[in-house]
Design a protein around this ligand. Structure first.
Ligand SMILES: *Cc1c(COP(=O)(O)O)cnc(C)c1O
Length: 350
């Protein structure tokens, strides 16, 4: 396909002159900083918080680039991937005119961000086995469809999109494909960052909020072509990732060993929990999962949800999503938490 991505970008974004902050006009090391109206004495708390953060998040991007075998220029960092989702819609979709496509049941944030931007949402449901229907997606995109969102492993169904289905959509669709890999660390297969160079219309999202244990820090990452990351840079607020988040994220990425051990433990617990939950007769089906949660169909989701709640255990009721009647999603906890869950379920009478 002869693809012209720039033609998909909103004109006001193409015309945008990026806001130039004091800290982006001067990037070197100086001995006296009198350019940004900061407090010169310091901050009442930690060191250096009197200074604005690096708007380009250079050190963090360099570390991520080394880890993932891409160039720092192929990375954009957001205040969580939620922010990046919003930015992607803002770049490519004209309000009240363009559309995105999602494949429910899926993470609701894509739709929420579209609604905020007055962008319409088309849906192609997953198949009965929770697979993305690539042919249906391609037949349903219109001239106004700018972005297709695919979540793999999918939240809340836990499945992974086979690479040939992904390739089919990437090749057959003129717009941008966002592959959300928030749960990639828990899956058997690896990230698709390895095929980024073959697909100028691919954006891969990852986050430090799940396996990396930093949901409170708000750091999301986009991997894409330099052309796309340059647009992402234009629309973001200059200081969208604060000093503490940048420094802490960098420190965390240097502590990969601990995270690796947690990932393995979560996967072990996931399969242990699957076996234990499978023994309850009120649990009808536990779906395969490549993520840090289990989706299960039960006899009466609402009753079980409220029972667990009454015992102080909160899970997610997914019953209002298409294809997910009477389904609950349970995040994998610590071994002790999972044991408590099983104990509580042992006392459940329907
Ligand atoms: C949790 C989650 C995210 C992470 O969002 P952050 O804003 O980075 O915390 C992204 N996508 C999916 C599908 C998720 O479930």
């Amino acid at each position: 396909m002869n693809r012209n991505l720039a033609a998909m970008v909103r004109k006001n974004i193409l015309d945008l002159k990026p806001y130039s902050s004091a800290r982006s006009e001067f990037m070197g090391d100086a001995s006296i900083y009198l350019d940004a109206n900061e407090n010169p004495f310091g901050s009442p708390v930690d060191d250096n918080l009197n200074r604005y953060p690096d708007p380009l998040q250079q050190k963090l991007k360099e570390k991520l680039a080394t880890m993932h075998g891409v160039k720092p220029e192929q990375i954009a960092v957001g205040n969580g991937s939620d922010e990046l989702i919003d930015h992607i819609i803002r770049i490519f979709c004209r309000p009240a005119l363009d559309r995105i496509m999602v494949c429910p049941p899926v993470f609701k944030m894509y739709e929420a961000a579209a609604a905020i931007n007055d962008v319409a949402v088309d849906q192609v449901l997953l198949t009965e086995t929770f697979q993305v229907d690539a042919d249906a997606v391609l037949s349903k995109v219109t001239g106004h469809t700018r972005v297709v969102f695919i979540c793999s492993p999918n939240n809340p169904t836990g499945g992974v999109i086979p690479v040939h289905d992904l390739q089919k959509i990437l090749k057959g669709f003129a717009g941008v494909v966002v592959l959300d890999e928030a749960y990639i660390d828990f899956s058997d297969g690896g990230s698709r960052i390895s095929v980024l160079h073959e697909h100028p219309n691919l954006i891969i999202l990852q986050t430090l909020s799940k396996a990396w244990g930093l949901a409170g820090l708000r750091v999301g990452i986009a991997f894409a072509s330099e052309q796309i990351t340059e647009w992402l840079l234009r629309v973001k607020m200059p200081y969208n990732v604060n000093t503490i988040s940048q420094a802490t994220a960098l420190k965390a990425l240097e502590n990969e060993c601990q995270v690796q051990l947690w990932k393995e433990e979560v996967v072990r617990e996931r399969e242990r929990l699957r076996a234990r939950l499978g023994a309850f007769d009120f649990i009808e089906k536990i779906f395969p999962s490549q993520a840090n949660f289990l989706l299960m169909r039960v006899k009466n989701a609402s009753a079980l949800y409220h029972f667990l709640m009454s015992k102080g255990i909160v899970v997610r009721n997914q019953s209002t999503q298409p294809l997910l009647s009477d389904c609950l999603r349970i995040t994998i906890g610590t071994p002790a938490e999972n044991n408590q869950l099983i104990d509580v379920l042992n006392n459940y009478t329907q």
